[in-house]
Design a binder for this molecule. Structure first.
Ligand code: SAM
Length: 282
């Protein structure tokens, strides 16, 4: 593809509904297969390297669900995109998982795999790696795939800029026991105020005492959503993540940070680090 599309850094000055509408327009060109190729293959998903991004994220998720004992009935993953890695540990600890995304192309990509098809990425090495983290044989990956397929009950549309992001009646009255959201809020918000507002909307989906696992990019101003499609990102610092969580009333329990080694900088974004925050709604 020739000329670059997207908002090219215009997010700095825009706020409110105009900025949100411009972000929405940007996403119309999102290509799930390209996004998976950029972010979910080696070197970013190299299971033989301890310093690769994906194994780091999987290890954080594994610790949260296994070692810290997060469990419950309903877990919602907000802005799932075309990816499943973020619920591979969770599926052993929750009775029901709801996946969600703004775009139909992404929901279809998820449904393809959930209904037994292959999809654009082979998730087998991911399932094997998570089995190994759980102390199981990598050959148990088929059981994990089956478990994941049986526990995900819905793949729903979501819009984090709406005060009530999910369709009405989706969740128990008290809310979900746990929310996961990875690389969504900063990638769909025109500015920090909008990011924080969206984080507040998520809080409405969570029951009191429920946990939020928020994963996201640090220092990123854009990422490629398709060849030549630069999607602007709110460039976050650790301190801003902490203060947005505080403003929205969450108690921050843990924050881990991953710094990108130089050879993970591939030109598909300008991310410098990744944060993993575990917070609780009082
Ligand atoms: N969670 C995946 C991951 O970890 O790679 C995908 C993250 S991707 C950077 C951002 C996702 O946000 C895309 O799948 C996009 O469709 C979705 N999205 C775009 N606008 C949104 C909105 N208003 N509300 C919720 N999700 C949105």
């Amino acid at each position: 593809m020739g000329e670059e599309q997207g908002m090219k850094g215009s997010h700095g000055g825009e706020s409110g509904m105009e900025g949100v509408a411009a972000m929405e327009a940007c996403y119309q060109g999102f290509n799930p297969a390209a996004y998976l190729q950029y972010n979910y293959t080696a070197p970013r998903a190299d299971f033989h390297r301890r310093d690769s991004i994906v194994p780091w994220k999987l290890s954080c998720l594994h610790k949260a669900f296994t070692e810290e004992g997060l469990r419950g009935e309903v877990l919602v993953d907000v802005g799932s995109g075309p990816t499943l890695y973020q619920v591979m540990s969770a599926c052993e600890h929750f009775d029901r998982i709801i996946l969600s995304d703004f775009l139909e192309v992404n929901r279809n990509e998820l449904l393809k795999w959930l209904q037994g098809g292959e999809g654009s990425l082979d998730w087998t090495p991911y399932l094997q790696h998570v089995c190994e983290l759980e102390g199981r044989s990598p050959t148990a990956w088929r059981e994990k795939a089956e478990r994941l397929r049986s526990v995900v009950t819905d793949v729903l549309p979501v819009d984090v800029h709406q005060p009530h992001p999910l369709p009405p009646g989706t969740l128990p009255h008290s809310g979900a026991d746990c929310l996961v959201s990875s690389f969504c809020l900063e990638s769909v918000s025109p500015d920090l105020a909008s990011f924080t507002r969206a984080l507040g909307h998520l809080s409405r989906l969570l029951r009191r005492g429920g946990h939020l696992l928020l994963i996201g990019a640090l220092g990123e101003s854009f990422y490629l959503g398709a060849p030549g499609l630069r999607i602007p990102v709110v460039s976050l610092e650790e301190s801003q993540v902490c203060s947005s969580l505080r403003v929205c009333g969450y108690n921050l329990l843990r924050l881990s940070v991953y710094h990108l080694p130089p050879d993970m900088k591939l030109g598909v974004d300008d991310v410098t680090g990744v944060f993993f925050a575990e917070a609780r709604k009082p």
